[in-house]
Structures are given as C-alpha cells and as structure tokens.
Design a protein around this ligand. Structure first.
Ligand SMILES: NC(=O)c1ccc[n+]([C@@H]2O[C@H](COP(=O)([O-])OP(=O)(O)OC[C@H]3O[C@@H](n4cnc5c(N)ncnc54)[C@H](O)[C@@H]3O)[C@@H](O)[C@H]2O)c1
Length: 379
C-alpha cells in the first residue's frame, strides 16, 4: 500500500521523525517501526479509548506482535474527561506492570485526548521514553499529533500540565475516518481550513507564487474534498512541520511567524468553549466561529477588504462549517475570558488576525475592545 511521508525536523540538532499518511496502512505499523528505530523496542504499551480500541486495537496489536514485540494495552474512557493526571497514573501503573523500560515504546491509538495523554506519560515515565502517534480523528491527524505538545488538564486549566515532547513516528491511516462521526469530521475540517487562512505566514517564502494556494484548492473542492484527503492532510502536516521547526517551544510570541499563527480564531474559540463549560461546542466548531470573527475584526480594522470576508464566509458555508454562534452569548463574558488568553499581556486583548491577502495573518497586540465587542454582537 502506498503512503505519503512528511518529514518533521525540530530543535538545533536536526532531530527528525516521519509522518506516514495513507489508506489502510494501520496493519503496517510494525514495518514502519522497524524503519524508524535503530534498536527495535521489545515491549509496546498501546493506550487507546473505549470507542477506538474495539474498532482498531486488534489490527494494531497484531502488527506489533508480527515483528516480535510483546504487547499490552490500556483502554481509557472516551472523551476529554480522561485527559487527567489520574488517568496518567493508570498509564504509569500499566507501564510498570508490564515492566516497560526507557527503550520500549508507548503507542497512542486514538484522537487528540489519547495522543496528548499518552505523549505526556511517555515524556515523564522514567524521564522520557519513545512514543508513536496513531491519530484516528481528522483533528488529531492534522493538528494534535504533529508538533510535540503533550498535556493533561489540571483543575480548570486546559492542558495545564504538559511538555514539548516529540513522537518517534506518526502513522495516519485515513481509512479510520470512515467510522468517525460526521460532526467530528467537520470539526477537523475547521482546523484544516485554518491552514488555508494562515498558509503564507506559516510557510514564509517557501511556496512559489504560481502554485495553487490551499484556499483556492478548497474553493475548487468544496464538494469532493473528502476524495483528496491524503493531499490535504499532507499539506496541513507539512505546514505545521515548517512552523514547528521555526518555533518548537513557542518562543516566538511577538510575531505571527511562530507557533502562535496556529492560534487563528482560537482566542474567540476558547472563550466560547469555556463559557459553555466545554459541553456545547466541539473544539473545531468553536474555532470555525472564531476564525470568522477574526476575519470580521480584521474587516472592521481595515486589515482586509470586505470582499475577502465574503469569500471566506462563502467557503465555510459551502463546507458546512459554522459561521456564527448558534445563539447570542454575552459579549462582556466572552471578553473577560479572551483577556485571560495565553497571548494576552497585562489583560490586553492580543489576537492573530488575517491581514492583506488570503493566507496571511498578523499578531495584533492591544486589539481594540470596542471593535471586538461589536463583532461578538453580530448574529
Ligand atoms: N497537542 C496539540 O497540539 C493539540 C492540538 C489540538 C487539540 N489538542 C487536544 O486534542 C483533544 C481533542 O482531540 P479530538 O478532537 O481528536 O477528540 P477525542 O480524542 O476526544 O476524539 C473525539 C471522539 O471521537 C472518537 N473517535 C476517535 N477516533 C475515532 C474513529 N476513527 N472512529 C470513531 N470514533 C472515533 C473518540 O473516542 C472520541 O469520542 C483536546 O484535548 C485538545 O486539547 C491538542
């Protein structure tokens, strides 16, 4: 079976790993592992969730056993409530029971919750052991499995405890998306379209001007984008890889060229998610609304022409992505949360906003609250 490979390099010593993307490649995990480890691990602990394990666990386990690994698995309840230190202790317990050493491997088989949790455990178990990401949601395939952010939630702080810790390998099998609920698929699509809105900033000068932009690609494929998933996922992973190489640990906070550009729409999104206690929106849905509001803010500030906002909205609507919140939320409550965003300094609103052309974003410190307030009131 053929697959695309996106290399990810990071850090000053040019450490590197590969993202393999293909259809039906789950059963080839063992072969990919053999190519990425100089000394093959003896044991593997697969961490998965209660929805994903029954669907794909046996196949992954068999592929590892075929190359001689001794394999155990731990299944955690599906959902964000599992991303805790308490669940992490279950992973450590399972690792100790199995006698995992720092030379063995943890495998994350699931969405962003399983990936973030397993990555955090791998980063901390005996001060760090190899781990492999097998992302099974679209969001995890284009976002959370790439770039090395691993974490658990702590008290009411999302991703409050975590690390930057890169996997040894990422295996993206697009066939697993057939079992993903449509709503989850579209939430992942929102993060994908984000890459279309930040493409030039993310890639810097590395794309030739003549190439079709990611935004144009989507405009041409609003009805059949699902037939182009391997190209789409590879393009997103490549963009994230370029950004991560430039700014592995999010140090470039003063310019949109750092990891911060990946945050387009997220200041708005996090406010909606927090205000609804993470129970009403999928992350991608909130991000879609946030990206439109970021475009509306840019339009009011004169950073982009109104025609560009119209074009972005038309694309979102054609892709069945939300363009406005489903009901009115109190602007003051949203603003209070937005002032606490990680980008804000001294409680001043700081936003990533589209500017000039499609695909370019800029960092706006001290964004005018009145402008944002009027955007939040649009319904
Ligand atoms: N590390 C990062 O850079 C980063 C980036 C973005 C998001 N995240 C994190 O990712 C998490 C969200 O990830 P998510 O959206 O993948 O959520 P998730 O892991 O909760 O998965 C969503 C749901 O889909 C189910 N599922 C997964 N794969 C499936 C499949 N193939 N078929 C059927 N059902 C399947 C899961 O069991 C779950 O119920 C959040 O915790 C967020 O903080 C991390």
């Amino acid at each position: 079976m053929s697959s695309l490979t996106v290399p990810v390099s990071f850090g000053s010593q040019e450490r590197q790993y590969a993202i393999h993307i293909g259809n039906g490649i789950l059963g080839q995990l063992g072969i990919f592992l053999e190519t990425c480890f100089t000394a093959l691990p003896k044991k593997a602990l697969i961490v998965s969730d209660s929805t994903v394990w029954p669907l794909y666990g046996v196949q992954v386990e068999a592929s590892l056993e075929k190359i001689g690994l001794s394999v155990e698995h731990l299944v955690i309840p599906a959902g964000e409530t599992s991303k805790t230190l308490e669940t992490a202790t279950h992973v450590y317990d399972a690792a100790l029971r199995q006698g995992l050493s720092r030379k063995d491997v943890m495998i994350a088989l699931g969405g962003g919750v399983v990936g973030d949790l397993t990555g955090y455990c791998a980063a901390t178990y005996y001060r760090g052991m190899p781990f492999v990401q097998i992302p099974t949601t679209l969001l995890a395939q284009v976002d959370s499995s790439v770039g090395g952010k691993v974490a658990v939630n702590y008290q009411d702080v999302k991703n409050g405890i975590g690390a930057f810790y890169q996997p040894s390998l990422v295996l993206v099998d697009l066939e697993v998306l057939h079992t993903l609920p449509r709503r989850e698929l579209l939430a992942g699509l929102a993060e994908i379209v984000k890459y279309a809105l930040i493409e030039q900033t993310a890639l810097g000068t590395e794309t030739p001007a003549s190439e079709t932009t990611f935004f144009q690609f989507f405009e041409a494929h609003t009805h059949d984008w699902e037939n182009h998933l391997s190209t789409i996922v590879a393009r997103c992973c490549n963009m994230k890889a370029v950004v991560v190489k430039r700014d592995e640990t999010e140090q470039l906070s003063q310019t949109a060229s750092g990891r911060i550009c990946l945050n387009l729409g997220h200041t708005f999104a996090h406010a909606y998610e927090a205000l609804t206690n993470y129970s009403e929106f999928l992350h991608g849905e909130a991000v879609a609304i946030g990206m439109i509001q970021a475009c509306e803010t840019s339009t009011l500030m004169g950073l982009i022409p109104p025609e560009m906002l119209v074009r972005v909205k038309a694309l979102f609507e054609a892709l069945s992505l939300p363009v406005r919140p489903p009901r009115v939320f109190p602007a003051e409550n949203l603003l209070r949360l937005m002032r606490k965003d990680k980008k804000a300094s001294n409680s001043q609103l700081t936003l990533i906003l589209p500017e000039k052309t499609l695909g370019t974003v800029t960092l706006v410190p001290n964004a005018l609250e009145d402008t944002v307030r009027s955007v939040l009131a649009i319904h």
